[in-house]
Each structure stands twice: as structure tokens, then as C-alpha cells.
Design a protein around this ligand. Structure first.
Ligand SMILES: Nc1ncnc2c1ncn2[C@@H]1O[C@H](COP(=O)(O)OP(=O)(O)OP(=O)(O)O)[C@@H](O)[C@H]1O
Length: 310
């Protein structure tokens, strides 16, 4: 059987006392577009840097296409079949775009170079020092994908790209999926996650807190109910199975829930309903609770609070 493109097993990385990631276990399947999400400082870049062999795990294992990233020979083999897009693209400044691509082409191949340059055009003859951040990102995309890698690992790949270029990039990921190639990327842009990701893993405080298909997650929190009551119950009084979260803002309660209307009506019948609105949830409504509430008690480590900017 084919090895998973990415496999993490109890992966833990501490920077001294500061927790990067803790006990991360999940695998990415062949042909998936997998989104790696979580608030700032959650541990996404740490996991990605371990996967690329740039950081040594404190504990646990990580492998790419069945090759352990802590074994130099295996890592080198895996890297030939990998495309990588870092979060802050830096090239040696005194070279031109063409020279950058020549360099990566010699290392790994460049059969899609011309086609990708038509889709992500950059001023090839100019020094990359003079590139705008968007052009740097486009050059990095061409460099990462021109050898048609089996697996692409990307840290916030669309940051700095204009909307048209972003769309071109999403098309590229979808074509890769159709060809059975795997893409893994971190993102803060929920609309792009909804548009392209098959499955997501969400990390917070270094730990995996959700691993599911985007469809399932949206289904479970697909409805937003806003209600105003004559009474003033605590938000927890409006919780029932199927409710993902309840917030109170001013005199209004806002529930994100699966389509459990009977249970909703039963619960609201205990109160005097003054106003009621029911609408389909946006992806922000559904995902925000994975981001917020960071201090609600799921932190059990002295390392908590060490979220200095990275
Ligand atoms: N080189 C480092 N030395 C010490 N601590 C670090 C280092 N790099 C990251 N950290 C810490 O590890 C934790 C995880 O950071 P990481 O950069 O992996 O998060 P992230 O999810 O990628 O965040 P962002 O969305 O802001 O890019 C944070 O607490 C961060 O301060």
C-alpha cells in the first residue's frame, strides 16, 4: 500500500520551555487538499518546519511519503518529490528570476516551467531584489510546482497575492487533486479553505483540536440562530446537543448549530421569544469557535502563555 504523503505520530516540538506543537498525530491522504489551520502561534509553522527537516522533533515521528524526516538520506529522497512554499519567501537577492528557476530546475526538474510562468508571470530578467512581495510569491509558486511534485507543503501560500492570482493558484491545486497529487497548506483565509480544502486539521496551543472534512464541519454548524428573549438566562441554558456554541451580545443570543430545529423550538419554548432570525452559517461562524476561547481551560501546560510572536 502507498505510504501517506504526510504522517505525524505523537509529534512534539518544544523550543526550550516553549511549546511549539504537542502530541500531533494525523495523516494526509494521497490526492487530498488538506488545510492546516489555527490561530497565530498555534504551531502550524513549527509542524511544517519539522516536516521539512528544518527543526528536530523533541519527541514523536514525522514522515513524508514513507520517509522519515529525521533520517538525512530519506529526507533527501522525499525532498525530490516535494514542492515547498515557505511563509516568508527569500531568495538570494542578487540573482534574477530566471537564475532562481534555473537553480531549482537543475535540482529537481522543471517540465511545467513555461506553462506556470504564463499563469504566474514575473519579471524574469530583473533581480529578485526588485520584486514586489506578490511577484516573489509567484516566483516561489513556479519554483515549487514546476517539477510537478507528488506532494506540496505550503505555509500561507496566498498571502500577498491579488485575487486573480489567488484564483489561478486554487485552480492549480484543483488540477493537482484531479491528477492524484497531494497539497498541504496552512492558512488564515477561511474562504479559501471552504473553496479548495477537502479536509482540515485545526491546531490550537500546539495541539490538534479538530480533524475532519470541511463538509462535515460545515454541516455540524450549518445554521445561525439569533434570538432575543424577554428573560435573561445564561448562554449555557440555551445549549443542547447539536449546538456548537452560544454567545450573548447585548440582549441577543447567537447560536451556531446543526439543523436541529425541533430541539431548538423545544428549548426556546421555555422562554418568551421577542425576536428570532435563522440563517445559514458562514464558514467564519462555524470555524471561529476553534480560534476563540483559548483561555477556556483546555490549556494544561506551564508552556501556556508563551505565545510570543514568532
Ligand atoms: N524559534 C523559536 N523560538 C522559540 N519559540 C518559538 C520559535 N518559533 C516559534 N516559537 C513558538 O512556538 C509556538 C508556535 O509558533 P508557530 O510559529 O509554529 O505558530 P503558527 O501557528 O505558525 O503561527 P502564525 O499563524 O502566527 O504563523 C509559539 O508559541 C511561538 O512563539
Amino acid at each position: 500500500m502507498e505510504s501517506p504523503p504526510i504522517e505525524l505520530e505523537s509529534l512534539t516540538k518544544y523550543y526550550g520551555d516553549v511549546r511549539g506543537v504537542e502530541d500531533l498525530t494525523f495523516a494526509v491522504d494521497v490526492g487530498e487538499i488538506f488545510g492546516f489551520l489555527g490561530p497565530n502561534g498555534a504551531g502550524k509553522s513549527t509542524a511544517i518546519r519539522v516536516l521539512l527537516g528544518l527543526l528536530k522533533p523533541t519527541d514523536g515521528t514525522a514522515s513524508l511519503m514513507g520517509r522519515s524526516v529525521t533520517n538525512r538520506t530519506e529526507l533527501r529522497e522525499a525532498k525530490r518529490r516535494l514542492g515547498y512554499l515557505p511563509s516568508d519567501v527569500t531568495f538570494y537577492d542578487r540573482v534574477t528570476g530566471t537564475e532562481v528557476l534555473d537553480h531549482f530546475g537543475r535540482l529537481r526538474g522543471d517540465e511545467r516551467r513555461e506553462e506556470l510562468l504564463e499563469r504566474f508571470p514575473v519579471p524574469l530578467d530583473r533581480s529578485v531584489k526588485a520584486y514586489s512581495s506578490g511577484n516573489r510569491q509567484k516566483l516561489a509558486i513556479v519554483a515549487a510546482f514546476m517539477h510537478e511534485p507528488e506532494l506540496a507543503i505550503m505555509d500561507e501560500p496566498t498571502s500577498g497575492l491579488d485575487p486573480l492570482v489567488q484564483n489561478e493558484f486554487y485552480d492549480l491545486l484543483e488540477e493537482r487533486r484531479d491528477a492524484g497529487r497531494t497539497s498541504f497548506f496552512s492558512s488564515h483565509i477561511l474562504s479559501e479553505v471552504r473553496r479548495v480544502c477537502d479536509r482540515v486539521g485545526i491546531v490550537r496551543n500546539g495541539r490538534l483540536i479538530e480533524l475532519d472534512t470541511v463538509d462535515n464541519i460545515l454541516e455540524e454548524g450549518g445554521t445561525v440562530v439569533t434570538v432575543r428573549l424577554a428573560e435573561d438566562p445564561p448562554p449555557s441554558a440555551l445549549e443542547f446537543p447539536g449546538v456548537a456554541r452560544v454567545d450573548r451580545r447585548g440582549g441577543e443570543y447567537r447560536l451556531v448549530l446543526a439543523r436541529e430545529f425541533d430541539a431548538l423550538i423545544e428549548r426556546l419554548a421555555e422562554y418568551t421569544v421577542l425576536e428570532l432570525e435563522i440563517r445559514e452559517a458562514s464558514i467564519e461562524d462555524v470555524f471561529m469557535h476553534f480560534y476563540g476561547d483559548a483561555d477556556r481551560g483546555d490549556d494544561d501546560s506551564a508552556a501556556n502563555g508563551a505565545d510570543a510572536p514568532s
